[in-house]
Unconditional design. Structure first.
Length: 308
């Protein structure tokens, strides 16, 4: 079993949950989708995340999704989202997925937290509850959770919760936060891995600030793969040329409420999933939306040919 650690790098794709047209779970489709992700550059996975429709799955379906990804991922790490209202449910799910072979778990803060002391205490309790042997990804996504985690709070959490090995950074704006954390490490703070979300919309700049890669689900994994590769090697011009070719579709996919429908439509178009169905409540693309997406894909293809 491969566990995440403070040096984990690469592209951890936020895995979609494939459904059939009748909205039943497409169990066989999980393996097919995982293979697609690997073929196009994924070096790890995060499942049961916000874009994986986790709240719409039953307990048994959640376990089936995790099992499917772990089996199909072979030796690549699979992180599982275990955020829950209480620590009992979180602990139960964590034990279950770690026994299956998960590489770690991801925890977002509940939206009831407001002060630094509350946030620090919450993650200290989470670390104590799950145990020192379970690697934790701290999800910092204030646009969704409404919880603002300051650099000071993050530094205290890193200092006092050694099982936190990774930050899923998707604060916005948040480039200064990456710089501050790396500066603290240079001054002696424990290192943690930083992987970035938000569909990769700031990925090139985040890599330049010191991020270790991406943890997001944009439908073209190869964009994240290549931006991480070239930015990590210091070739920012090449990284940004590639990013620019995909940017219009990244932007379109970032629409609140509609993004998952765009992502699943593109995954279906690419042959990664059989159906772009989203469980209710969920968005659906209009004919005009589909025209937009098709145009963006065509222009993206042309731009990639120009920079090849």
């Amino acid at each position: 079993m491969t566990l995440i650690n403070e040096n984990s790098k690469g592209v951890y794709v936020i895995g979609a949950t494939p459904f059939r047209d009748d909205l039943s779970l497409d169990v066989d489709g999980i393996g097919k989708l995982t293979e697609h992700y690997i073929e196009h550059g994924a070096t790890g996975f995060t499942v049961l995340g916000m874009m994986g429709e986790a709240p719409k799955l039953s307990t048994s379906e959640s376990r089936t999704v995790v099992e499917g990804y772990i089996k199909a991922a072979r030796d690549l790490p699979v992180v599982v989202g275990v955020s829950a209202a209480g620590f009992s449910a979180m602990s139960e799910l964590t034990k279950s997925v770690m026994d299956m072979g998960a590489a770690g778990v991801m925890i977002a803060p509940p939206n009831t937290l407001r002060t630094d002391d509350q946030i620090i205490s919450y993650y200290q309790m989470a670390g104590e509850t799950l145990g020192k042997d379970v690697p934790i990804v701290l999800q910092d996504f204030p646009l969704s959770t409404s919880v603002q985690i300051s650099v000071g709070a993050l530094k205290k959490i890193i200092e006092t919760v050694p099982s936190i090995k990774m930050l899923k950074h998707e604060d916005w704006p948040g480039l200064a936060k990456i710089l501050a954390l790396r500066a603290a490490e240079a001054a002696g703070q424990r290192r943690i891995s930083i992987l970035c979300g938000n569909a990769g919309v700031f990925l090139a700049e985040e890599m330049e600030r010191g991020a270790d890669g991406a943890m997001t689900g944009f439908a073209y994994i190869e964009m994240m793969r290549d931006v991480v590769k070239y930015a990590g090697a210091g070739d920012m011009d090449r990284a940004m040329d590639i990013f620019d070719a995909y940017l219009p579709l990244v932007r379109y996919e970032q629409q609140p409420g509609l993004g998952l429908a765009v992502r699943k439509y593109v995954l279906k178009k690419r042959g990664a999933i059989a159906s772009d169905a989203i469980r209710r409540p969920g968005p659906k693309l209009s004919p005009a939306d589909i025209v937009d997406v098709e145009r963006l894909i065509a222009r993206q293809t042309k731009r990639l040919e120009e920079i090849a």
